[in-house]
Design a protein. Structure first.
Length: 289
């Protein structure tokens, strides 16, 4: 006898339940694995190690000059007044939570980089979100006012305290044109190893006074750290080395080839993936999901 409509409905519901359970198990495993590494980086030494790896993926490698064609431009880096580097973990099933942490450094009048100050972001949202996703961000601070916003010890709201635009990628005249009258902040993001072009508007970054106190041994304000009153720690040496190597890259012989990471479905170069979008209401959101 042919199955009734009720039987078909039950079979479909059972199948959907099995799939949902599988998704949740896979998502939970991924959350657990990625969260362990995420939490381990919460001290300043851990943050420095994490941020060095993030910068390594965003900046050109002098041993492979062609990597400059898909990296934060040397010219952008050389004129930067500061850098904020952080990672955001989003996890959940239907309802989602986000947490992010990283470091901010500033360029001192001597041209050297300051000691790092710890920063964090967090938030909640909703939508069809299963499992976990990690996004890396590099914010290039193009003005002294942008650096000052991180030095005041309060919250920094991207799009509020300081405005931001997606920064250029690559080499050549297109990069120079973007530097003619740059926004206070250039934002860069990567998800699954690819530039994602995600908007940072509405993101709130806060100073992690506890992490700074625990590492530096006293409640040193971010202003003192970013103005050079604290010597750069040895634990951040790898991060400085990566930045300095990218600043010294020899671009001679490279083609003039630059682009802006796609955002909101905008076209991106062949071979690259555009991500973003979603639904819901968020607080301290890092990518409007």
């Amino acid at each position: 006898m042919a199955p009734s409509l009720l039987d078909k409905f039950r079979q479909t519901a059972e199948k959907a339940g099995i799939q949902a359970t599988a998704f949740m198990k896979e998502g939970s495993s991924r959350v657990a694995a990625e969260s362990r590494g995420f939490v381990q980086s919460f001290s300043l030494p851990g943050e420095a190690e994490k941020c060095a790896k993030i910068l390594e993926s965003f900046l050109a490698d002098p041993s492979h000059p062609e990597s400059a064609l898909n990296s934060i431009p040397k010219a952008v880096l050389q004129r930067a007044r500061g850098l904020a580097v952080f990672q955001v973990l989003k996890a959940g099933f239907v309802f989602s939570g986000k947490a992010g942490s990283g470091l901010v450094i500033s360029r001192l009048p001597t041209g050297e980089w300051s000691a790092p100050s710890c920063i964090a972001t967090a938030g909640v949202g909703w939508g069809l979100q299963i499992g976990a996703d990690i996004t890396d961000f590099v914010i290039v601070l193009n003005s002294d006012d942008a650096v000052k916003a991180f030095s005041l010890g309060g919250n920094v709201t991207i799009g509020g305290n300081i405005s931001a635009t997606a920064g250029p990628i690559g080499t050549g005249g297109g990069v120079q044109a973007s530097l003619a009258n740059p926004a206070p902040v250039f934002s860069y993001s990567k998800s699954k190893g690819l530039f994602a072009g995600l908007s940072l508007d509405g993101t709130i970054l806060v100073e992690r006074k506890d992490a700074n106190r625990d590492f530096y041994g006293s409640p040193i304000p971010a202003r003192d750290i970013l103005e050079g009153r604290v010597p750069p720690p040895e634990v951040a040496s790898r991060m400085y080395e990566i930045i300095e190597a990218a600043e010294g890259l020899d671009e001679s012989g490279l083609p003039a080839d630059s682009y802006m990471p796609g955002e909101g479905g905008a076209a991106a170069p062949a071979g690259y993936t555009v991500t973003g979008g979603g639904h819901g209401s968020t607080v301290f959101d890092a990518d409007h999901h």
